[in-house]
Design a binder for this molecule. Structure first.
Ligand SMILES: [Zn+2]
Ligand SMILES: [Zn+2]
Length: 162
């Protein structure tokens, strides 16, 4: 994988490569083909599967792409580092967090999207968040809905082929 970068390298600021966890994976693959079972991973970080239908969605959401871009390719390293081998950091991950409150829930898709819009920071889905910060984010989410900003998570229609 010399020199070539997958579409996720730019979001992570890390080089592409192989994953120590899945050494049999040797090539980049399309997000559309990322279909490993993610249920155990979602449960381990405290997320429900309602919002995150596939491994491909999970990988895109982790970098702040709030829809699955199926034409994107991902290398083995970024696939697993962002997907099922991703681990949350200790402590509350909200950018405005202060105090000693411990995280007690996971950042959902809606929460991650709201934080990115209001704070300009990416807090990946599955990160921990404390009760106090959650209250702030819930408020922001309800404001978003009031402002009726389109939060459609579906992929744009394919460009017409000729
Ligand atoms: Zn990569
Ligand atoms: Zn907090």
């Amino acid at each position: 994988m010399t020199g070539r970068r997958c579409n996720f390298s730019i979001f992570c600021n890390t080089e592409c490569g192989f994953s120590p966890y899945f050494q049999e994976d040797q090539t980049d693959i399309s997000i559309a083909n990322c279909s490993k079972n993610i249920e155990n991973h979602l449960a381990s970080v405290g997320l429900k599967s309602d919002d995150i239908p596939t491994e491909g969605h999970l990988i895109c959401f982790r970098v702040g792409i709030f829809s699955a871009l199926k034409s994107y390719a991902v290398c083995p390293l970024h696939r697993y580092a962002l997907g099922i081998c991703w681990r949350k950091k200790a402590g509350c991950s909200h950018p405005q967090h202060s105090g000693k409150a411990k995280p007690d829930r996971a950042v959902t898709l809606d929460m991650s999207r709201a934080i990115s819009m209001y704070d300009g920071k990416l807090v990946p889905v599955g990160s921990g968040i404390c009760r106090k910060c959650r209250t702030v984010v819930y408020e922001q989410i309800s404001n978003l809905h009031e402002e009726d900003i389109d939060c459609d998570a579906s992929e744009p229609e394919d460009v017409e082929k000729y």
